[in-house]
Ligand binder design. Structure first.
Ligand SMILES: Nc1ncnc2c1ncn2[C@@H]1O[C@H](COP(=O)(O)OP(=O)(O)OP(=O)(O)O)[C@@H](O)[C@H]1O
Length: 256
């Protein structure tokens, strides 16, 4: 089967430092794939290459078999490749619900000509976005804070809202970068179950970078271990936890 994401022999250097070194990974459709590795292994750089925030020096990145290496981050977003983002400062003064309503790309109302020529269409689209945002806020369990300013939400609630924003689009794969950081255990449980439901009920594929091993163990299969810009090993979490090379890589780098 064609993998959803296929990173083929990608290289990226910063100055003289080869951060991603002839790296190939595949993310299968329908999986929640984890990516772990010691500090400085190149995980965030690889995410940036996949999301289109960085260009590789060589190699290719395919999305459902299509070469997207030359596409911008925005073009990749429209193809359903999403990366969660911190809520931007300017959105902190909007309510949680309004933050969700900001997301859908290509709203007719954003186009002045459409607004002028087809006001009925714009109103229908806005009503649809509002209806969808209410559904999403229920799904992520934030109905009770829907009218709170996003800036007043707790760290964990902001992460849930980030996840909700991905649901306002037609995501195929969501790249989650350290989403557990700073989230209390109760809300982390909510996040994990929401990710599982999105995967199971809505067919989302996830690639998850995480230092929190509990979260990786509960959520991810398979798990890819990156070290020095290369895949060291890939497999079930139990096999990885007992792999002497992985233990060495972690202790050697002094990481958690
Ligand atoms: N824009 C950049 N310019 C120069 N060096 C960079 C840049 N981005 C990353 N690096 C270097 O590339 C290496 C890999 O960094 P990266 O952030 O991808 O690792 P990581 O595995 O995500 O680490 P961590 O787990 O600590 O977040 C590090 O040595 C880092 O200093």
């Amino acid at each position: 089967m064609t993998p959803l994401i296929d990173v083929q022999q990608v290289n990226k250097a910063f100055g003289g430092l080869q951060v991603i070194d002839n790296c190939s990974i595949r993310v299968e459709k329908g999986s929640i794939t984890g990516m772990i590795g010691p500090n400085g292994a190149g995980k965030s750089t690889l995410f940036n290459l996949m999301a289109g925030a960085l260009s590789p020096d060589s190699g290719r990145i395919l999305l459902e078999g299509e070469d997207i290496t030359a596409l911008s981050a925005d073009q990749r977003f429209h193809k359903g490749l999403l990366r969660t983002f911190q809520i931007a400062h300017e959105f902190s003064q909007m309510s949680a619900l309004e933050n969700l309503m900001m997301v859908p790309p290509q709203q007719a109302g954003e186009n002045l000509f459409t607004a002028w020529l087809k006001p009925g269409l714009v109103r229908r689209e806005e009503a649809e976005v509002h209806r969808r945002a209410l559904e999403v806020i229920d799904f992520i369990g934030l109905h009770h804070v829907r009218n709170e300013l996003a800036g007043n939400l707790s760290g964990g609630q902001k992460k849930l809202l980030e996840l909700g924003r991905t649901m306002m689009t037609n995501a195929k794969i969501v790249l989650l970068d350290e989403i557990a950081a700073g989230v209390n255990r109760t809300l982390l449980g909510d996040l994990i179950s929401n990710i599982e439901r999105l995967n199971r009920e809505m067919g989302y594929t996830f690639l998850v970078i995480e230092h929190d091993m509990d979260m990786i163990a509960r959520l991810c299969d398979p798990v890819i271990v990156l070290a020095q810009g290369q895949v060291m090993v890939e497999g079930h979490i139990e096999d990885i936890q007992n792999n002497p090379d992985v233990i060495d890589a972690y202790f050697g780098a002094g990481a958690a």
